[in-house]
Design a protein around this ligand. Structure first.
Ligand SMILES: Cc1cc2nc3c(=O)[nH]c(=O)nc-3n(C[C@H](O)[C@H](O)[C@H](O)COP(=O)(O)OP(=O)(O)OC[C@H]3O[C@@H](n4cnc5c(N)ncnc54)[C@H](O)[C@@H]3O)c2cc1C
Length: 305
């Protein structure tokens, strides 16, 4: 792994650094580039703009790794409020929600996470939309896939996320190819025993793309990598997939011109929009992915302090 990436991911878990970054006056401005805001109304405003520009949305209420049931319940209630607002604003057909099981209690008890995720899925269905379960570090993969399988018994459109950096993922792709699956490279610091290096991760992404397109499910290709976007387009043609039978996904604030270009070409493009006050871990993963973002952040911190 790139040394700067390891350093930033280590900082993500460091409380002293967290306090400095979270309270620096400029942080709020910089964070805004990647995060819609702290309130439901901010998430709705950004969703409205993205939908008006021809893009779809998946919303993530930030707040992973909760350590008590009350916090998990608060996160569920935030999703319920969001879903009501999406419905009331007529945005639910174009906006789904992404849920991290660790935000709804997975670290406390898998059954609690299942019960809480079920509350979000039920509300999403009532509002005319659906849920995708984000994937977290590899120690949670089996548990997340178990919860997913349970949720799909009642809500079959619940989306899965698979990470091409994991050695196991090609098999998971084959198993889930008939369903809604988001394919990503993977964002966590993982040991070599379970994960590929960068080059192998890209090759794995292509193998997984083929497996998903060959199935009769709905693949969601989440990457900003121009080479992989080209390969997905070429492979979709090869498998005779029409736009709308698969989609591209990118993060809010990352390659917006490319998002608009794909949408103009008639592709479905879904933007992952995080919001909420717990933005620190999310921001750190974005910085770790792209050292240029770190320079941007550091420069902004210095010039405002
Ligand atoms: C919609 C969505 C949902 C996700 N959900 C999850 C999840 O549930 N679990 C998980 O582990 N990870 C998730 N991720 C993160 C993912 O795993 C990767 O960490 C992240 O997308 C970075 O990998 P990449 O494929 O975009 O390409 P990278 O390997 O980061 O970059 C490859 C190339 O893409 C281009 N590029 C990348 N970033 C930029 C930029 N900011 N500006 C311009 N060019 C750029 C550059 O040419 C770069 O060389 C998600 C990502 C997206 C887009």
């Amino acid at each position: 792994m790139h040394p700067l990436r390891s350093l930033i991911l280590a900082a993500a878990g460091n409380d002293a650094i967290r306090r400095v970054v979270a309270t620096a006056p400029v942080s709020r401005d910089v964070v805004r580039r990647f995060v819609a805001g702290e309130q439901t109304a901010d998430a709705i405003a950004v969703t409205r703009e993205l939908v008006a520009s021809g893009r779809s949305v998946t919303l993530d209420h930030l707040g992973e790794d909760v350590t008590d049931a009350e916090q998990a319940d608060q996160n569920v209630r935030a999703y319920l409020e969001l879903l009501d607002a999406l419905h009331a604003e007529g945005l639910a057909a174009r906006a789904e929600v992404s849920v991290k099981l660790s935000a709804v209690g997975q670290k406390l008890d898998e059954r609690l996470a299942l019960a809480n995720a079920s509350r979000v899925c039920a509300a999403a269905e009532q509002c005319g939309t659906t849920v995708t379960l984000d994937m977290e570090d590899h120690t949670t993969t089996d548990s997340t896939l178990r919860v997913l399988a349970e949720l799909r018994r009642t809500w079959p459109s619940t989306g899965a996320v698979l990470q091409s950096y994991l050695r196991r993922t090609f098999d998971d792709c084959k198993a889930l190819a008939g369903t809604r699956v988001r394919l990503v490279k993977g964002a966590y610091a993982e040991p070599e025993s379970v994960a590929f290096d960068e080059h192998e991760t890209d090759l794995s992404y292509v193998r997984c793309t083929n497996a998903l397109l060959a199935g009769d499910g709905y693949p969601m290709f989440a990457t900003h990598d121009p080479r992989l976007v080209r390969i997905v387009a070429e492979r979709a043609r090869w498998y005779d997939r029409k736009p709308g039978t698969y989609e591209y996904q990118m993060l809010f604030g990352v390659r917006p011109d490319e998002q608009r270009r794909l949408a103009r070409e008639g592709e479905t493009v879904r933007v992952y929009v995080p919001y909420g006050s717990q933005w620190y871990g999310y921001l750190m993963r974005r910085l770790a992915e792209r050292p240029a973002n770190t320079t941007f952040f550091a420069r902004a911190l210095v010039s405002h302090s």
